[in-house]
Design a protein around this ligand. Structure first.
Ligand SMILES: [Zn+2]
Length: 318
């Protein structure tokens, strides 16, 4: 299997979303917010804006990856296949996930985990026990989605009132309303958000932790695992498979643009925070290329078509 690197950057308009909530204060549920610093004429200015965390995106991706890997007959542990990404945290979690006791040697432990769970091979894990710690870094990379540069001034976060009162039933009486279901507020946001996701296949199916053995391949189905990951990326983007609260706060989504670079070495698409990121990507490609090929929506075709072409190109290079 050859090395490939796939880098995805995009911009998407999300209206009335509650995809990543943090704490609730009483009956008020808050949207995640982050500080964003931008240069201004006389220095810098900081905006506090709604955001969707990389952890939230990674969770959504790994749910899809577990499904796709299972459907192709690849191994996924008992916990990851149910969307529980405890990732071999300790002895107890390992035993529940793999129905056996963990090995006492660090290389054996990593080999055992990655050969029996594609999600932990691709997405990493952290085993922390008194006598031994083993860390595997994720082979995919993602981060916070934040409003794009031009949208910073126009972003809104607005609490919406909801109620599930059942007045007229024996469960709620006017004089003791607190006994019934309370009214509640959910902060909603609308903005054009950035999206970033990279995947590097270099260490898939290989142990990495023990330096003497780092890079040693320990599975026979490495190529199938990478193909499954690419199929998962496709499905994940097509179906917008991340974020919470989608049962009653499903956002109105439309992708404005998307750039996917397929390369034979690390080559990342420039940040979509700036409007000119597509041009920046093309300019970068003229200066540096590892047989890099860019696939851009809407320039090169429809959304699904561009993603599918990029994934096919990546598979062809393996
Ligand atoms: Zn697992």
């Amino acid at each position: 299997m050859k090395d490939i690197f796939i880098s995805i950057r995009g911009r998407l308009l999300l209206n009335v979303e509650a995809l990543n909530m943090t704490e609730s204060v009483g009956n008020y549920v808050k949207h995640r917010k982050v500080p964003v610093l931008v240069p201004e004429e006389n220095g810098f200015v900081t905006y506090f804006v709604p955001a969707i965390s990389g952890e939230s995106i990674a969770h959504g991706f790994q749910v899809v990856l577990a499904e796709v890997a299972k459907s192709k007959g690849l191994p996924v542990c008992n916990l990851c296949e149910n969307g529980i990404f405890l990732k071999s945290t300790n002895k107890g979690v390992f035993s529940e996930a793999f129905k056996k006791d963990p090995p006492v040697n660090d290389m054996e432990l990593e080999r055992e985990i990655l050969s029996n769970c594609v999600v932990e091979d691709i997405g990493g894990f952290l085993y922390a026990e008194k006598e031994m710690n083993v860390k595997r870094t994720s082979n995919f990379f993602t981060g916070y989605m934040i409003p794009v540069r031009e949208a910073l001034d126009s972003v809104v976060v607005e609490p919406q009132l909801h109620s599930r009162y059942a007045l007229g039933t024996q469960f709620v009486k006017r004089e003791e309303q607190q006994l019934g279901q309370m009214i509640y507020y959910v902060e909603l946001s609308s903005a054009v958000y950035t999206f970033s996701f990279d995947f590097d296949n270099r260490f898939v199916g290989k142990v990495t932790f023990n330096y003497e053995n780092a890079g040693k391949e320990v599975v026979k189905d490495g190529k199938e695992r990478v193909e499954a990951t690419l199929d998962a990326i496709k499905k994940f983007l097509y179906e917008f498979s991340f974020g919470a609260k989608k049962t009653r706060f499903m956002p109105i989504v439309s992708w404005e643009s998307l750039a996917i670079a397929v390369s034979n070495d690390t080559w990342t698409v420039p940040s979509p925070f700036t409007r000119k990121y597509m041009e920046n990507a093309e300019r970068k490609l003229k200066k540096v290329s590892y047989e890099t090929k860019l696939f851009m929506f809407p320039k090169d075709g429809g959304f699904e078509e561009v993603i599918s072409d990029a994934v096919d190109e990546a598979k062809r290079r393996l």
